[in-house]
Every structure is written in structure tokens, then in C-alpha cells.
Ligand binder design. Sequence first.
Ligand code: 8IG
Length: 286
Amino acid sequence: MTTSDLSAPGADPSAIAAEAAAVLAERTGAARHEVALVLGSGWQVTADLVGETVAEVPVTDLPGFVAAAALGHVGVVRSVRVDVPGRDEEVRALVFASRTHLYEGRGVRPVVHAVRTAAAAGARTLVLTNGCGGLDPDTPPGTPVLISDHINLTATSPLEGATFVDLTDLYSSRLRALAHEAAQAHGGLGEGVYVQFRGPHYETPAEVTMAGRLGGDLVGMSTALEAIAARHAGLEVLGLSLVTNLAAGVSPTPLDPQEVVDAGRAAGPRIGALLADVVRRVLAER
Ligand code: 8IG
């Protein structure tokens, strides 16, 4: 008798991810999804631009997943058909329109379960997106930024035991080069170091100053732990942040969660076209 509860004694997260992938294969009619996308704040509206949704599965139907909690997050996984230039066969992307955050207090396993499920579903590439605070006052809300590297300030890891994993070039320079090519038609893309805090509170201005002195450009509450799990699972990672607000203390006004959501909505069509181009290029390359 196996359990699909990630927190049960003796639970094997990879085995539960394999179960979830099997349910996805059955419900979507696709044996394999080549690329997976996790859509963070501001990116949800972009799913329709990536391709035609063939099937939609509530995450609550998938072993190991929990219902979405965060503002602007919807708990479904979509199987999307992507038109890839030069490829005649059907190509599918798995789109997670929600994520589980560390601040939900369920531990790290649920945070990275979508990543492990994507790997079990056959994905070789993972595109992690998020909404974040920006440290550069000259990068206005609504600007997408490529993640070049991260600083994990959560004091935890998605890996357990003596699982030593190299994180050099975690945010693949090959995929970043593809993203820069795609972005030429969309006004270009800057790069930045993403700093993951646990949240759910935003940073104090002093913490934002600290993040900058440590080498950070962007602050948020996701992505780094997922990227680590992705590398462990053998996925090549691309990270895209949407600056939805200036970080605390950079902006003269306090952060308003509604403004964060609004900035994401406003940027949606532009960053959606960019994301779709990036995904097509990634899938054309293999
Ligand atoms: I959207 O300014 C978004 N998420 N930590 N700080 C942190 N997370 C965020 C922020 C921010 N904006």
C-alpha cells in the first residue's frame, strides 16, 4: 500500500510525482509533455498565448498536490498544444497556473512537487516565472527580467539527506541566450539575481538594502527552491521574473498587494507574447 500524502511517514516524493504524471498522461491524452511552465503572479494570463489548451486538470485531482492559496493563483494544470516551427508532430507543454509557496507552512515537498511531476511527465525544460519586487528604481513595474542566478534566503532546501547537487549555471545560459533572441522583438530583456525570502510578509527596507549588498536585484517568495529541485531532477531551467512593484524602501510608497496584481494584469499581453516566443524557440531547438 503506497501513500500519495507527501508528508506521510516514509513517503517518497519522486514516486508520488510519478503517480501524478501518470494521472496527467491519462487525463490529457499525452504520454509526454516536453516543457513545463510554472506561472507566477502576473503570468497567469499568458497561458493562452503559449498555445491551445487541450485539457485542464484541477491540481486537487493529482496525487501530492494541495489547493492553491496565493492571491491570483488558480489551482489547475493545463496541457497546451504548442505550434513549433519545423516540427510536424504534436508538441505539448504542461502549464501549472499556480504554485505552492513555502509560506503556506506545509514544508518544502509541496513547494517542489510540480517540478518533480513535470520531470516525471517527460519534461526536459522548466520555465519558472514569478512576480517580484525590483531593487532598481529605473526598472519600472511591468518589466520582465531574466533570472541569471539566485540567492536562497529561505534557510532550507528541497533536497533531503546527503544529496549534493551542483548549481553552477542553474539558470541555463543556453536558454537565456534563446530568451534574449526571442526578446529582441519585444524590446529586449535585462538580467538579474533573484533573492528568495520565505515571506509571506514583504521585506523591510533594511532587508531590501541587504539583498542589494548581497548581490540581489529582485526579491520574491518563490522560484529558488523549485530551481534547485529542477536541477536535481535533470531539468534545464529558465527563470523569468515580472517586476510588479519596486521593493520596500526603493519605492516612496508602501506596497499594496492589489497594485501588485494590477501591474501583472497590465503587463500580461506583452509578457505573454514574449513567453510564447521563448517556449517556441526552446521547443524548436531540440
Ligand atoms: I509580486 O516586493 C511580489 N512578490 N518578497 N517582495 C517579495 N515578494 C514579492 C514582492 C516583493 N513582490
